[in-house]
Design a binder for this molecule. Structure first.
Ligand SMILES: Nc1ncnc2c1ncn2[C@@H]1O[C@H](COP(=O)(O)OP(=O)(O)O)[C@@H](O)[C@H]1O
Ligand SMILES: CC(=O)OP(=O)(O)O
Ligand SMILES: [Mg+2]
Length: 403
């Protein structure tokens, strides 16, 4: 069975083509700058040469058409025909309270995703464009949607309610939803396997630290709290997002700087975080390089980033009355030994002992970076959201076929 996994953003579309017989990626790529006459398409068949094209790609339908053309290309393709694609799986950021697991797309599901546009204006409309583009280019193919929010639907009301008038929850669904759930769930399961312990016996904090970053308290395999909130802006300091700030700053700054709602939203989502404090970059690699050269703003940005993450780990340890396992994942979590080291060296009060050598090693794959004596196991586990989407899609399609 062949499954195409799509992560559609407002101006980009990432994809991976899976052969589910051995869960192998056979081709992957992305289209960036959709809507422009200089959109960039990159495509890489596994074991083959990467292809990059700059072309006019005005909307998602055209982007998918280009991707499909490459997948069946005489020279670079990995499939004989489009009909060989059995199903398509999509990442959907916001599933609200309606979805606690992945589902096959039908009219009701599409209506619900549209209803949630208000809660994720940057993400959900783009995902719907992806679904519509598949319908147009591959009529009749089965589609499955996998939600970032689903794993966090187990949070108790004590975690998901905000202490503001309850009518706002009842009328407008203002509550914590949490995101990156696919990743938090995946790495927590891998962690338990790696340790050879049942997930149900563990108190875990998983740190998904990429461009967007979030931290989750996982008690006995279930998400009981997570740092992102109603939107992916709350919680940790991120590349360009502020994370937690005093909410009173918003009306204050709007008044002082005469900003509109859109402008203040853009300030907090796109012009804050590492970018704002360093004045240099939202990219952790560039922050680290600048620190090496003695840049004080980069150092300040790094220290705030680390401090805010460490505070969340402390809070979630308190929330679960203990911690057995700490997991680092995503771009920064998997690659920055500097960040992991700084966090872990300040958690010795938990009986956590970092294995400095293991942490500093430049290797990939699942690994432990705590000592044998450490009371908290610290693991680095590369995330794989696409594989989870491919697996869910495969299972749901197989189930539907049985009926
Ligand atoms: N070797 C590295 N050292 C430090 N940070 C890294 C390294 N490689 C990637 N990163 C960081 O990972 C982040 C991107 O993470 P990623 O999970 O790919 O994000 P997203 O999926 O949200 O685009 C960037 O800030 C980048 O600097
Ligand atoms: C939900 C979210 O923040 O996603 P990303 O990290 O892909 O921006
Ligand atoms: Mg990511």
């Amino acid at each position: 069975m062949n499954i195409l996994v799509i992560n559609a953003g407002s101006s980009s579309l990432k994809f991976q083509m899976y052969n589910m017989v051995n869960e192998e990626v056979v081709a992957s790529g992305r289209v960036e700058r959709i809507g422009m006459d200089t959109a960039i398409l990159s495509y890489e068949p596994v074991g083959g040469k990467e292809i990059r094209e700059v072309d006019e790609i005005l909307e998602h339908t055209m982007a998918i058409r280009k991707v499909l053309e490459l997948l069946v290309h005489k020279e670079h393709g990995v499939l004989a025909s489009i009909a060989e694609i059995d199903a398509v799986g999509h990442r959907i950021v916001h599933g609200g309270e309606s979805f606690s697991s992945s589902v096959v797309v039908d009219e009701v599901v599409k209506k619900e995703i549209k209803r949630l546009f208000d809660l994720a204006p940057l993400h959900n409309p783009a995902h719907m464009l992806g679904i519509a583009a598949v319908e147009q280019n591959m009529p009749g193919v089965s589609q499955v949607v996998v939600f970032d929010t689903a794993f966090h639907q187990t949070m108790p009301a004590t975690s998901y309610l905000y202490p503001i008038p309850l009518v706002l929850y009842k009328k407008h669904q203002v509550r914590r939803y949490g995101f990156h759930g696919t990743s938090h769930e995946y790495v927590s399961q891998r962690a338990a396997k790696l340790l050879g312990k049942p997930l149900e016996s563990l108190k875990m904090v998983t740190c998904h630290i990429g461009n967007g970053a979030s931290c989750t308290a996982i008690l006995h395999g279930k998400s009981v709290d997570t740092s992102m909130g109603m939107t992916p802006l709350e919680g940790l300091m991120m590349g360009t997002r502020s994370g937690d700030i005093d909410p009173a700053i918003v009306p204050y700054v709007m008044g002082k700087e005469e900003l509109t709602l859109n402008e203040v939203n853009s300030m907090l989502n796109k012009h804050s975080g590492l970018m704002a404090i360093s004045g240099l970059s939202s990219d952790m690699r560039e922050i680290q390089d600048a620190m090496d050269k003695g840049d004080r703003s980069a150092k300040q940005a790094f220290e705030m980033y680390e401090y805010r993450l460490r505070k969340y780990i402390g809070a979630y340890t308190a929330a679960m009355n203990g911690l057995d396992v700490l997991v680092f994942t995503a771009g920064v979590g998997e690659n920055s030994s500097l960040l992991r080291g700084a966090v872990c060296r300040n958690l010795t009060y938990l009986g956590l002992e970092l294995d400095e050598q293991a942490n500093g090693k430049r290797v990939s794959g699942d690994r432990a970076i705590s000592t044998a004596e450490s009371r908290v196991q610290v693991l680095v586990i590369p995330t794989n959201e696409e594989l989870v989407i491919a697996r869910d899609t495969y299972q749901l399609i197989a189930k539907a076929a049985e009926k």
